[in-house]
Design a protein around this ligand. Structure first.
Ligand code: MG
Ligand code: MG
Length: 270
């Protein structure tokens, strides 16, 4: 069942997506060499609670193995669902931070791959292509298109640049639940899949590897890593399907005001 949202519901979703975006900005100030990933998690949790919202990932999952933290924090070859902890970020690392909140009954969910200090040009190119693919996918999220149009735009851009598109994890509908129908794969054929309708709300989130698309899960049951140990990038926005042009509810502007790195514009630091 796909739930179309009313404009009132979309306003609530915008508030949740904006809170996630502002939480990212709080974290962005502290993404530096030497910072423990667990400290970033605490900053995010404190901020979300202060805003009268709930971290959506903490406690998510099955009873015998719930996700333990507010943020998914995935360093270098970790793709998604990494645990924050005692690891200290190092110069040249990349860290994909995924944040979800529930506020007033609606969810926001957005991910951004940060550069710790400066990374090499090859890694920066991976980040740039991944972010570009996100926006190319969003361009397809218009009334009358199909899910496969989003999927294909992402896959085509990333694979034509030589990168691996993760198959095992996909984007999703979003609203009163963190994960709603439909699934939004980052690979697929144009014109295939469910038809998009105005008022559908989607989390579009390419997960793109420098090398092979293949991934594996670590023993903790959560952390996904690339099978070949190459770096991986992840950007995610919450969008509303509209006539003619999708509307993006989340934003990376607050992050990039702080980092001064505009990933989709420059290979070099801005
Ligand atoms: Mg997410
Ligand atoms: Mg998501």
């Amino acid at each position: 069942m796909i739930y179309l949202k009313s404009e009132n519901e979309i306003e609530l979703m915008r508030a949740s997506a904006q809170l996630v975006s502002r939480t990212h900005a709080e974290i962005a100030r502290h993404v530096k060499p030497g910072v423990e990933t667990g400290k970033l998690d605490q900053i995010a949790e404190d901020y979300i609670k202060k805003e009268n919202a709930r971290p959506a990932f903490k406690g998510y999952g099955h009873r015998n193995n719930r996700f333990p933290a507010t943020l998914c924090m995935s360093v270098n070859e970790q793709v998604v669902h990494g645990f924050p902890g005692e690891y200290k970020l190092q110069e040249g690392d990349i860290v994909s931070i995924d944040c979800g909140v529930e506020k007033d009954g609606y969810f926001g969910d957005s991910a951004y791959t940060y550069v710790v200090g400066e990374c090499d040009d090859e890694t920066m190119a991976l980040l740039k292509t991944t972010m570009e693919s996100l926006y190319l996918g969003i361009d397809q999220a218009i009334h009358g298109n199909k899910i496969g149009d989003i999927s294909h735009a992402i896959q085509n851009h990333c694979e034509s640049n030589g990168y691996g598109v993760v198959r095992d994890l996909v984007g999703h509908g979003l609203g009163r639940a963190l994960h709603e129908e439909p699934s939004v794969p980052n690979f697929g054929k144009p014109g295939r899949g469910k038809r998009l309708r105005s008022g559908m709300t989607l989390a579009i989130e390419p997960m793109i590897n420098m090398g092979t698309w293949k991934v594996k899960t670590l023993k903790d049951g959560w952390t996904i890593v690339t099978a070949d140990g190459s770096n991986s990038a992840h950007y995610e926005h919450d969008v509303v399907v509209r006539e003619g042009k999708a509307e993006i509810l989340s934003t990376f502007e607050y992050i990039e005001e702080i980092t001064k790195i505009h990933i989709d514009q420059n290979l070099k630091y801005g």
